[in-house]
Design a protein around this ligand. Structure first.
Ligand code: SAH
Length: 498
């Protein structure tokens, strides 16, 4: 059966500005054809088994020509795939969405359109500029300032100036002076407020607000680049007073998050909420492993305690039990000891309250707390990563607590973000790197290789992680308690010095 093509507007940045309907379409897709500028966290919504086709322009590579994109869409649909065509911003606003739908229609392919949040409206909103305001104007116009190679702009400036409206120009940064001089020649007052917003709605958004007379010079001095929009009109004068985005405490800070993507969510989202430019660079990945023979053998006995040392260990435990032909009832009557609040929460999701959690969230404190709480001859089953830190088992041995140490998952280093990280390090654009475990430090070092590690703040969750970061020469800051909220508090305390 022929598949349907759904055009989805991805919005101007990440998944926060993607519509619920758009997210649902992506999650159900068999194939996704996407452009450059679509946020990585949106691409993460694509099911792993779906086909991904990147038709966007990367540095030094040409984009796939439009007629080929049209063909790809028809081919995917005719192969029976429900296909999502993901486009930046809104799909019908200067996105050639209309042409794509015409082609689908011609080829008998059913289609649907999910509108997106356009940069033409979202970038002004994040820059403190309401595109209309009763005191200043009553209409807003969105204009392309893209000229065909070597040709002059085909814009009717006389009509635009007569409107006395807000004018938003897309694709116009290289033609900025042409646009402004066109408006001046058509009689616009040179003192009319005007602005350029670069990377609108993103953590690295920058804006320059001035007047039609000298915007070009100021934009050049500030070195703004594409993607950017130009806004002309009296509403731009509100840009300072209504700016809610720039004053966010971590605005202008670039922070790399190294924990695995599935768990980066809360940390990355919280940092973004505070205005940071978050770059997700997962440096480790956890894979559950099949250790059912060993697990079956130990489950023949009763364990008074089960010790879990990371949130990833919780689903790994449940799956390992299943693989060994059991379920949670195999641990009936056992008490649960967890390393910290994240693991505690992960366990609660399975309906189990932890019986013990140390005051300081690390392996050594977990071991001491367990040794203090375990009655004589009580035995501990540790379910954790292969090659977990030695402190836990060492201290239990020293204190004479019997235990078994079974691996339910392994941690693998990921190096695919190395180039991006190296680039940021050499450009000096990285303010902070967050490390939520010892393995994220090792993964980061493996991904980046030899480099100067002194230029950014290594924000670490606990002593062990901090010691590993220090050993690589990093400037370390440690969260008081090993929680995500404390990491963030630690950043905020000194955000001026990050
Ligand atoms: N369909 C898109 C626009 C595509 S044309 C939309 O609705 O947003 C590409 C132009 O959009 C760029 O040249 C730039 O002018 C603008 N643009 C896209 N994303 C932007 C962003 N985050 N900040 C500022 N301008 C952006």
């Amino acid at each position: 059966m022929i598949g349907k093509v759904t055009l989805v507007g991805a919005g101007p940045s990440g998944k926060w500005l993607l519509t619920l309907k758009g997210a649902e379409a992506i999650q159900k897709a068999d194939a996704v054809v996407y452009d450059r500028l679509v946020g990585e966290d949106i691409l993460d919504l694509i099911p792993p088994e779906a086909e991904r086709i990147n038709v966007g322009k990367e540095n030094n590579h040409h984009p796939v020509p439009q007629h080929e994109i049209n063909e790809i869409l028809v081919r995917c649909a005719k192969a029976g795939k429900n296909t999502v065509r993901l486009k930046g911003g809104d799909c019908y606003l200067f996105g050639r969405g209309g042409e794509e739908c015409e082609h689908l229609l011609k080829n008998g392919v059913p289609f649907a359109v999910v509108p997106g949040v356009t940069s033409a409206l979202a970038a002004p909103a994040f820059a403190g500029i309401p595109v209309t305001h009763r005191d200043y104007c009553s209409s807003v116009h969105i204009i392309t300032a893209h000229a065909r190679a070597g040709k002059a702009l085909e814009i009717d400036f006389d009509s635009l100036v007569k409107l006395n409206a807000t004018l938003v120009f897309l694709m116009g940064l290289t033609a900025l002076e042409q646009v402004l001089s066109g408006l001046r020649k058509a009689g616009i007052a040179p003192e009319t407020p005007a602005a350029v917003v670069e990377n609108g709605t993103r953590g690295n958004q920058r804006k320059v607000v001035s007047t039609v007379a000298d915007l070009t010079e100021k934009v050049r001095a500030a070195g703004l680049h594409s993607p950017a929009i130009i806004i002309v009109g009296r509403v731009c004068s509100l840009s300072d007073s209504l700016d809610w985005f720039t004053p966010l405490p971590l605005h202008g800070k670039t922070i790399a998050v190294t924990r695995p993507r599935e768990r980066a969510g809360t940390l990355a989202d919280k940092l973004r909420d505070l205005g940071a430019n978050v770059v997700e660079c997962p440096c480790i990945e956890t894979h559950e492993i099949d250790n059912s023979a060993a697990l079956k053998a130990v489950l023949a006995q009763h364990w008074d305690w089960v010790a879990l040392t990371s949130p990833a260990g919780v689903p790994a435990m449940v799956h390992a039990l299943r693989a060994a032909g059991h379920d949670m009832r195999a641990l009936y009557g056992s008490k649960f000891a967890v390393i910290g609040s994240g693991t505690k929460k992960a366990l609660e999701a399975y309906g189990i309250s932890a019986d013990l959690c140390p005051a300081v969230f690390d392996g050594a404190h977990l071991a001491k707390a367990l040794a203090d709480s375990a009655k004589p001859s009580e035995r501990v089953l540790i379910l954790r990563a292969e090659q977990g830190a030695q402190e836990l088992t060492q201290i239990l041995s020293e204190r004479g607590v019997p235990f078994a140490d079974i691996a339910t998952y392994e941690t693998i280093y990921r190096t695919d973000k190395g180039e991006q990280l190296r680039e940021m390090l050499s450009e000096g654009t990285l303010d902070c790197v967050t490390f939520t475990s010892l393995s994220t430090v090792e993964g980061f070092v493996q991904a980046v290789g030899a480099a100067d590690y002194t230029d950014f703040t290594a924000l670490c969750i606990g002593e062990q992680t901090a010691a590993a970061a220090r050993a690589h020469g990093m400037r370390v800051k440690i969260a008081k308690n090993a929680t995500i909220d404390d990491m963030i508090a630690c950043l905020l305390e000194e955000s001026d010095h990050v």
